[in-house]
Ligand binder design. Structure first.
Ligand code: ADP
Ligand code: ADP
Length: 237
């Protein structure tokens, strides 16, 4: 079994407050890991440590390490911009840029220097297909993303990540702000995406964890209290 990510004795302090206490966990390549636990237990904090979303904030202190393909992402030489290209993240509230659907998806490739129009077109199409959104938007690529439904916006945010060819997708309660049908579409998408990506998804919904994940980790008060194959956890008496 190949590990894409390994956290080793990871601790995170907000000022004096210990929010993560010696978290050690491995994420198997091309699997879905669900993080479950009550509000305030550190799920969001943990997922953000995986692409260095919180250690550059004032007052935050991190100990321990996070390995991506066996390289510590907290090494001083890490290129954080490149790291976030490799490890993309979507949030509870979809946050498309206030621009066209096309420009949202083309944004990342353009930032990384791609200007060729036909290359951009093909990346935009491929990414929207990858996010199961192409058929719904192909006739209105140049209309504003702000006119899409919440579920479409969330899939657009996923397409925006796919456009820069990430390796890992982090999802922080990606369905919490969505209706049941949109939630089902995102869940189906997650199970498709794991063929090609390693996925970590925070959810407060046990059924969702059971439906989409291969592994489940339970957090409580900043500690990892259980981590196993999802099948094993949900069939245990
Ligand atoms: P969860 O995602 O499980 O709801 P969080 O990771 O958001 O939990 O929060 C874990 C703990 O850290 C909580 O006690 C929360 O209040 C605290 N916390 C989260 N973000 C910050 C921050 N930026 N500054 C200070 N404390 C924070
Ligand atoms: P969510 O449930 O969507 O993670 P929260 O209400 O837990 O939203 O947190 C919203 C934002 O506030 C997050 O960026 C989190 O890091 C920050 N935050 C949470 N708790 C605290 C806290 N005690 N002090 C400062 N910032 C906090």
């Amino acid at each position: 079994m190949e590990y894409k990510i390994q956290a080793n004795k990871l601790k995170l302090y907000y000022g004096n407050v210990l929010a993560l206490n010696k978290i050690s966990i491995q994420v198997v390549k091309n699997s879905v890991l669900a993080l479950i636990g009550p509000s305030g237990c550190g799920k969001s904090t943990f997922i953000k440590t995986l692409n260095r979303m919180n250690d550059l904030v004032e007052g935050v202190k991190i100990e321990g390490e996070v390995l991506l393909d066996h390289i510590n992402i907290y090494h001083p030489d890490t290129d954080v911009v490149m790291l976030r290209k490799r490890i993309g993240m979507v949030f509870q509230r979809p946050n498309p840029f206030p621009m066209s659907i096309y420009d949202n998806v083309a944004y990342g490739p353009r930032i990384h220097g791609l200007t060729n129009k036909s290359a951009l077109n093909s990346i935009v199409e491929k990414s929207l297909r990858g996010a199961a959104l192409w058929d719904e938007v192909k006739d209105r690529l140049h209309t504003s993303a702000m006119g899409m439904s919440g579920g479409q916006q969330q899939r657009l945010c996923i397409a925006r990540l796919l456009a820069v060819e990430p390796e890992v997708l982090l999802m922080d309660e990606p369905c919490s702000a969505l209706d049941p049908i949109s939630t089902m579409k995102i869940e189906e998408l997650i199970t498709e995406l794991k063929q090609n990506y390693t996925i970590v998804v925070v959810t407060h919904n046990m059924q969702q964890a059971a439906r989409v994940s291969d592994y489940t980790a339970f957090f409580l008060n900043g500690e990892l209290i259980e981590h196993d194959q999802t099948d094993a956890i949900f069939t245990r008496p």
